[in-house]
Design a protein around this ligand. Structure first.
Ligand code: ZN
Length: 314
């Protein structure tokens, strides 16, 4: 298999979709919404990846569906898999097992057909405790990256970070571990600035300077609303752009779906149709997108739509 860097030189690389919301819809992941206001970052353990050890067959099946749809990269379901987040969900003692099992499952499905990326996301400490917690974040992120490297991932996707300061820590730890990393921020609540005040262009430049092999955005916005900020990133850096939009509509007043009242129990009312993902796949190459996948709300049908769009552009 070619490396992710080589693949991005050849064409748009197709990633996979959003695991946690799809598995929640299938009954395997806890949204936490019957206990707490989800989406604040202050809750106990919503949307955590224990499915990797509790219902591995469900996760294996979803990996297979994405592979069948054309994914060239499968992400191990290690999102929200730091010991910090898992502790609050009651699974801290399983941190090693969950990360190892998730990578093993992805590798079993991907064998010789797709690369396997480890997913590393924010700890939620920065939202809860502020910038003084960055040292603790570093320890948790470094531990998870070590576990992912030991489990044999091909590279990392650092995603759904709200603060540039925290993804900088993750990029530094990826470099220490000598793992290539794609780095994508989630812009929340605005698309003009991330939570700690940097523009998309600032973020792109700084992440690329820290060694990211591709930089971009994931989650929170649908393709149409994400495109303007991706263009600002494109103009600010030479590395490929990575995009993993959500399949949920946002509004002119609220640019992040996790802050809409529809999250999580009325998401079906704001679902974006697949045709918008065909259209996004068609323009990806012209927009300088090197890595294209889907985030929350994207099952295999959406990945197939991206694949069709990429093919139609050839
Ligand atoms: Zn998402």
């Amino acid at each position: 298999m070619n490396s992710i860097i080589d693949l991005m030189k050849q064409n748009v690389v197709l990633g996979d979709g959003g695991y946690l919301i799809e598995l929640e819809r299938r009954g395997y992941v806890d949204s936490g919404s019957d206990r707490e206001k989800v989406g604040t970052g202050r809750g106990s353990g919503q949307f955590t990846p224990e499915v990797a050890i509790e219902n591995p067959q469900a996760l294996r099946e979803l990996h297979q569906e994405f592979l069948n749809a054309g994914s060239q990269v499968l992400q191990a379901l290690t999102f929200f898999g730091t010991r910090e987040k898992l502790n609050r969900a009651g699974y801290g003692a399983e941190t090693e097992n969950i990360n190892a099992a998730a990578v093993k499952l992805a590798k079993e499905v991907a064998v010789n057909k797709a690369l396997v990326a480890g997913s590393v996301s924010r700890t939620q400490l920065t939202e809860r405790e502020g910038m003084s917690s960055l040292g603790k974040s570093r320890d948790h992120i470094a531990e998870q990256i070590r576990l992912l490297k030991d489990a044999g991932v091909d590279f990392l996707i650092l995603e759904t970070f709200f603060h540039l300061a925290e993804i900088k820590v993750a990029l530094e730890e990826a470099a220490t571990a000598q793992l290539p990393a794609i780095a994508t921020m989630s812009f929340r609540p605005l698309i003009t600035h991330c939570t700690d005040g940097y523009t998309p262009a600032d973020c792109a430049k700084i992440m690329a300077d820290l060694g990211a092999i591709a930089v971009g955005a994931n989650c929170e916005q649908d393709p149409k609303r994400m495109l303007p900020l991706l263009r600002k990133m494109r103009a600010a850096t030479q590395v490929p752009i990575a995009a993993q939009p959500a399949a949920f509509h946002t509004t002119d007043l609220c640019h992040s779906f996790t802050r809409l009242p529809a999250f999580p129990d009325d998401l079906e009312t704001i679902q974006v149709s697949r045709s918008e993902f065909i259209a996004f796949g068609k323009i990806a190459k012209d927009e300088g997108i090197g890595f294209l996948g889907g985030c929350c709300g994207c099952n295999a049908a959406y990945i197939r739509s991206l694949a069709r769009g990429i093919q139609q552009a050839q």
